[in-house]
Design a protein around this ligand. Structure first.
Ligand code: 0PR
Length: 354
């Protein structure tokens, strides 16, 4: 039987995954059979995990970082909700989020039996602190801000949201799962030293260029992880704060290798290239009369008629839409200027054909 091969990234404009850095790929292969879920048995990979958390701490302005390499942003978000719920004593806990949050918060709310209060965003698609303040009450255990939204790449006003959480005696979580590896090279306030952030999602397997699965869950206080830990009597290690049990050593080793290879200069170059590609494609689309949402981070949303979306999909482009129906182009590291030129050539051909 012929061996299956993964599809090429060449025409993938819809994904937040990307080609791993070569040394990250090699490290993933070497550590495939290790389990950081049992750190006393698999000590080498446990040491690599400590290095990853230290690296993520440096990247996010967090001295003495606590956390672990999760399966992805979903797990990190679920764990943020779980820790906040466990640390509070609300009888009917609620979590206040902007409507731009990733759908993983719906999963968190359902699994953890907390109510999710979703608040409309402002005209620029960012969280609206006044509107969020109106939904916060004594049972609010967590307020969430997003630094790099999935649909439009927006960065919420993180310091203002942190203040709201502090006033309400609630925890504050920042979802930087996608944006975390590009934001250090921008002027945005988004991380632990910009505001009182309690927890954060930041994924090496997105812009961090590590192999899947490598998510990041960070916490300011050790007590956050304590609030998640369960006893593990028959393992060499005595407790476990992660949601999954057996975890991917490949993801951990790969994240360590990617950080070693790329932080900070490689990530800076990646960001600059991606942002300039996003600006370029935004201009090209604007010049053709389409309504483009200005790319704050390397993600462009554009109001493209359905027949063009379908025709481009027919030509092999992997595209996705926002909930409102705009085309989303995610300028990940594998998306080169040449890829985008080809996309524009195909777009023009589809328009001529219509
Ligand atoms: N938070 C944010 C801001 C995200 O954008 C995502 C994923 C998550 C959390 C959840 O992360 P995990 O998927 O790692 O659990 N955003 C993308 C999305 O749902 C994920 C994605 C990745 C989609 C690759 C497609 C794809 O090919 O759209």
């Amino acid at each position: 039987m012929q061996q299956a091969a993964p599809q090429s990234f060449d025409r993938v404009l819809s994904s937040m995954c990307t080609r791993p850095h070569p040394t990250a790929r090699d490290a993933a292969e070497r550590f495939l059979a290790t389990n950081p879920g049992d750190p006393d048995t698999y000590r080498t990979v446990a040491d690599l995990e400590t290095r990853v958390i230290a690296g993520l701490g440096e990247l996010t302005g967090l001295a003495d970082p606590q956390g672990y390499v999760a399966s992805g942003g979903t797990e990190a978000n679920v764990q943020a909700v779980r820790a906040a719920r466990n640390r509070a004593d609300a009888v009917t806990p609620n979590v206040v989020v902007p409507e731009s949050v990733h759908f993983s918060f719906q999963k968190a709310a359902e699994v953890l039996d907390v109510s999710l209060r979703t608040v409309p965003v402002d005209a620029d698609r960012r969280a609206d602190p006044d509107a969020m303040a109106d939904r916060i009450d004594a049972d609010t255990v967590l307020v969430v801000g997003v630094a790099g939204t999935t649909e439009y790449g927006r960065v919420d006003p993180i310091p203002a949201l942190a203040d709201l959480a502090a006033d309400a005696d609630a925890r504050f979580h920042v979802d930087a799962a996608w944006g975390g590896f590009v934001l250090p090279f921008t002027d945005h306030d988004w991380h632990f030293s910009d505001a009182h952030v309690d927890t954060m999602a930041i994924d090496p397997h997105k812009f961090g260029q590590a192999a899947v699965p490598a998510g990041g869950f960070l916490a300011r206080e050790a007590a956050t992880l304590d609030a998640l830990a369960v006893e593990t009597p028959y393992l060499e290690s005595t407790s476990q704060a992660t949601l999954t049990g057996t975890r991917s050593g490949a993801g951990v080793a790969s994240a360590a290798a990617a950080l070693d290879a790329l932080w900070p200069e490689g990530y800076r170059e990646t960001y600059e290239r991606a942002q300039s590609n996003a600006a370029w494609i935004a201009d090209e689309l604007d010049a053709r009369g389409f309504d483009v949402v200005d790319p704050v981070l390397p993600l462009v949303a554009v109001d493209l008629p359905g027949h063009l979306f379908d025709a481009l999909t027919e030509r092999g482009w992997r595209l996705s839409r926002t909930a409102r129906g705009e085309l989303r182009l995610v300028c990940m590291p594998h998306v080169t200027r040449e890829t985008l030129r080809e996309f524009v050539r195909d777009l023009d051909a589809c328009r001529d054909a219509h």
